[in-house]
Design a protein around this ligand. Structure first.
Ligand SMILES: [Zn+2]
Ligand SMILES: [Zn+2]
Length: 341
C-alpha cells in the first residue's frame, strides 16, 4: 500500500510503498477513507514531539484521526464485521491496561501508551491494521466528515465534561480552529452561552455559523470584552485551545468566581498564575489529554443523533499530505482538513 512516512524530522514526508499487515486474531484491517490532519501532526513531523517518546521508531506513518471500512477481521473479533464503517480510537488503541491510570478509568493518561500515529503507524495510508477493540461503528456518518472526532472532537468534549458545563454557564472558546468549531457546538448542546475568541475574522464567522452567541477579535482586549458581555460576572468556563502565554494569561483573567479553566492546546506557554488569582475567585485549573474510549463512544453517539455537525472544509490526496501539513501549520485551514487516500 501507499503511505506517507516521516523519515527525518523537519523534512517532508515521503510517499513509500509499505506492506499491509495481516490482522491477528483480535485485530481488524481497515481500508482508510479519511484521516484528519491535526496540528499535533505538524509537531510530530517537525520533531517538536518525537515518535521515540511514544515508543515508536522512524520511519513511521503519521495520522491519528482515522475512519474507514473494515475489510478483514481476525478470527476472535466479534464486535465489528467486514463492511462496517468505523472510527479508530487512535489514542487508546494501545494503552497497556495494567498501569494505575488504565486501571482507574483514565486510560487516556496511560503511562505506557503507544498511540496510533504517534508511537505506531497511523492513517496517512491506504490501510491500517488495528486492535478491533479500538474500533467504533459510525454507521451512516461519512468518514471524511467525522474522522476528526477521534482527536479534535473528543478532546474538547472531555474538556467540557470535566468543566461540568450547565445551561447557566458562559463558556469562552479561545481559539477557533477545528477544535474550536467542535467546542462551540458541544458547549451549545450543553445549553451554555458561548463566546468564541480568535484573531481571524473568517474563523469567527464560522464559529457564529456553528452557534456561537458572541465572537471577539482576540487582538482587541478580549478580557475586557468578556467581562462586558457577562455583565461584570466573568466567564464560568474558559477552554484554552491555543496554549500561548498571552492566551493562557487572558483566559485566566476572563473567569469570574468558581471559574473553570481548561488547558487543552499544547503551545509553548508558559502558564503563569499568581496564587492570588486562583485563591480570590476559587478557580479550578484542569488539563485535558485527548479523551477516554468512553468519551469517544459517547461523542460518536451524539454525532449519530445529528447533534454534531462536520467541521471538515477541505480534502487532500495522500500524496498531498505535506501541502496539508503546511497549511495547517500556517493556520490557513478553516475547521479541519482531511487526507483521503
Ligand atoms: Zn490530534
Ligand atoms: Zn496503561
Amino acid at each position: 500500500m501507499k503511505a506517507m512516512r516521516v523519515h527525518e524530522y523537519g523534512k517532508p514526508l515521503k510517499l513509500d510503498e509499505v506492506e499491509v499487515k495481516k490482522p491477528g486474531p483480535k485485530e481488524a484491517l481497515v481500508k482508510i477513507e479519511a484521516c484528519g490532519v491535526c496540528h499535533t501532526d505538524v509537531h510530530l513531523a517537525e520533531g517538536a514531539l518525537k515518535t521515540e517518546y511514544f515508543g515508536g521508531k522512524r520511519p513511521w506513518i503519521l495520522g491519528h484521526e482515522i475512519a474507514g471500512n473494515v475489510v478483514e477481521a481476525g478470527s476472535e473479533v466479534t464486535d465489528v464485521n467486514v463492511g462496517d464503517t468505523v472510527l479508530v480510537d487512535a489514542w487508546t488503541a494501545y494503552t497497556c491496561g495494567t498501569c494505575m491510570p488504565c486501571r482507574t478509568g483514565v486510560e487516556n493518561c496511560c503511562i505506557n501508551n503507544t498511540p496510533i500515529g504517534f508511537g505506531k503507524d497511523g492513517g496517512y495510508a491506504e490501510y491500517i491494521t488495528v486492535p478491533a477493540k479500538a474500533l467504533i461503528k459510525i454507521e451512516k456518518l461519512r468518514p471524511q466528515d467525522f474522522a476528526s472526532l477521534a482527536c479534535g472532537g473528543v478532546t474538547v468534549f472531555r474538556a467540557l465534561r470535566k468543566a461540568a458545563v450547565t445551561p447557566s454557564d458562559t463558556v469562552v472558546v479561545y481559539g477557533a480552529g477545528g477544535l474550536g468549531m467542535f467546542a462551540v457546538q458541544l458547549a451549545k448542546l450543553m445549553g451554555s452561552t458561548v463566546i468564541a475568541v480568535s484573531r481571524s475574522a473568517e474563523k469567527l464567522e464560522m464559529a457564529k455559523k456553528f452557534g456561537a452567541d458572541h465572537v471577539i477579535d482576540a487582538s482587541k482586549d478580549p478580557v475586557n470584552e468578556v467581562w462586558k458581555l457577562t455583565n461584570g460576572r466573568g466567564a464560568n468556563v474558559v477552554l484554552d485551545l491555543v496554549g500561548l502565554e498571552q492566551t493562557l494569561e487572558n483566559g485566566l483573567k476572563m473567569l469570574g468566581v468558581l471559574g473553570r479553566f481548561l488547558v487543552v492546546g499544547v503551545g509553548p506557554g508558559p502558564l503563569k498564575c499568581l496564587p492570588d488569582t486562583a485563591v480570590n475567585f476559587e478557580l479550578t485549573i484542569s488539563g485535558v489529554k485527548v479523551g477516554t474510549h468512553k468519551d469517544l463512544v459517547d461523542l460518536v453517539e451524539l454525532a449519530k443523533k445529528g447533534f454534531v455537525k462536520p467541521v471538515t472544509t477541505q480534502t487532500f490526496k495522500l500524496e498531498e499530505a505535506n501541502e496539508a501539513l503546511e497549511k495547517v501549520k500556517k493556520g490557513e485551514i478553516l475547521g479541519r482538513c482531511v487526507i483521503k487516500p
